[in-house]
Design a protein around this ligand. Structure first.
Ligand SMILES: [Mg+2]
Length: 375
């Protein structure tokens, strides 16, 4: 008999959590004042526990309530009794019983992979050909309406070795954006600066606004215009020297294919919450690679569970020239739900080395931040 032929998912719990953060983070598509997330717990008949997370943002992906319902009402019947090693088969069924619901599918796939890794005694990245890197350069998002508070935070992180900053732009006017970029550039000449508009510019105004930024030698300008304005994205990509990144414009493989064909950007932001898990994100990365487009390790507002999954994804991608943005557990959440701190050292995320995700959820913390649980 093949190994683990008898293992089956026996229990499934959907935990709704709300976690306090240090400060409100503003972006072109709205403010974030707490992290509301869905933590998925799967337990096998042999007692192995797998953790996953759906971290929706209503203005970007879906809602927490929809993710919880997708998992509890629609995906549960496909999961209970299934052999967790059959990840692709379970996820194919998931696509058949509910369209989209990408965050819920990311949670499901993450929890399955956590179990598979634990059963086989290997980290999740090793299930995808092995890690191409052990450390991922970390970007912090400058997104506070009180810029002095951001400067204080940046000074401490710079001291610790962080060298990438993404300035969230387009929520408080052009002058505020230019002032912050000038200040950061003058204080930190060796910092890698980027900006993210989160779709807040209209196509007619975008080009002159973005030309103003070329002098800052940014590594990229992320999603300046609304997600559906692919033609405008492609025009901006051609017109600007600074690389353009598509984030909201690309969720899964079909949008990635269209966006690659139309060359809407020079870089794609990979997020497990958009693609519906690590496997699909690697498919987006493959499309990007075929088109000569770079990829980046993006995320939503997540706890350490989803960020650990993101770290394994980033470890498995062959080329990741622009790093990742998994700063939430370390620098944004007042408290995470992991039992050990999410591993960040000197401006880099350390890819967890334990079996599965390589992180564990602290049940006391989960209980404390939990608003409901569906079993
Ligand atoms: Mg973005």
């Amino acid at each position: 008999m093949a190994v683990h032929e008898d293992v089956a998912i026996e229990r499934m719990s959907v935990h709704l959590v709300g976690l306090p953060v240090h400060t409100v983070h503003s972006q072109g598509s709205g403010d974030v004042a707490s992290i509301r997330s869905v933590i998925l717990e799967l337990v096998t008949n042999s007692g192995v526990v797998g953790w996953g997370e759906a971290a929706p943002w209503s203005v970007f992906t879906g809602t927490m309530e929809a993710s919880a319902s997708a998992l509890h009402n629609y995906l549960r019947p496909e999961v209970l009794g299934a052999n967790p090693l059959r990840v692709a088969s379970i996820m194919t069924r998931a696509d058949q019983v509910i369209v989209d619901a990408n965050e819920a599918k990311a949670a499901l796939e993450t929890a399955l992979l956590d179990i598979v890794g634990k059963l086989l005694g290997v980290p999740v990245a090793e299930l995808f050909g092995g890690r191409c890197r052990d450390r991922i350069p970390l970007s912090f998002s400058v997104a506070d309406r009180d810029f002095d508070r951001d400067l204080e935070q940046v000074a401490a992180m710079y001291e610790d070795g962080l060298r990438i900053l993404k300035v969230k732009t387009g929520f408080a006017g052009r002058r505020f954006d230019l002032m912050r970029l000038e200040k950061l550039r003058s204080l930190y000449s060796d910092v890698d600066l980027r900006v993210d508009y989160n779709q807040s510019l209209q196509p007619y105004e975008a080009l002159p606004r973005l030309r103003d930024l070329e002098a800052f030698h940014l590594s990229f300008i992320e999603q300046p215009v609304p997600r559906a304005d692919r033609t405008a994205m492609a025009d901006l990509t051609r017109a600007l020297d600074t690389p353009l990144m598509a984030d909201e414009s690309i969720f899964g493989v079909h949008e990635a294919f269209l966006c690659a064909q139309q060359r809407v950007a020079d870089v794609f932001s990979l997020k497990i919450m958009k693609s519906g898990g690590i496997r699909r994100a690697l498919e987006v990365a493959a499309i990007a690679r075929a088109a000569g487009i770079a990829v980046y390790g993006g995320c939503m507002f997540e706890t350490g569970v989803a960020q650990a999954a993101g770290a394994h994804l980033c470890a498995a991608v062959e080329s990741l020239p622009l790093g990742c943005e998994f700063y939430m557990p370390t620098y944004y959440l007042k408290e995470d739900i992991l039992s050990e701190p999410f591993p960040v050292r000197h401006g880099k995320v350390l890819v967890p080395k334990g079996p599965g995700l390589g992180v564990e959820v602290d049940r006391d913390k989960l209980q404390r931040f939990q608003s409901a649980v569906m079993r």
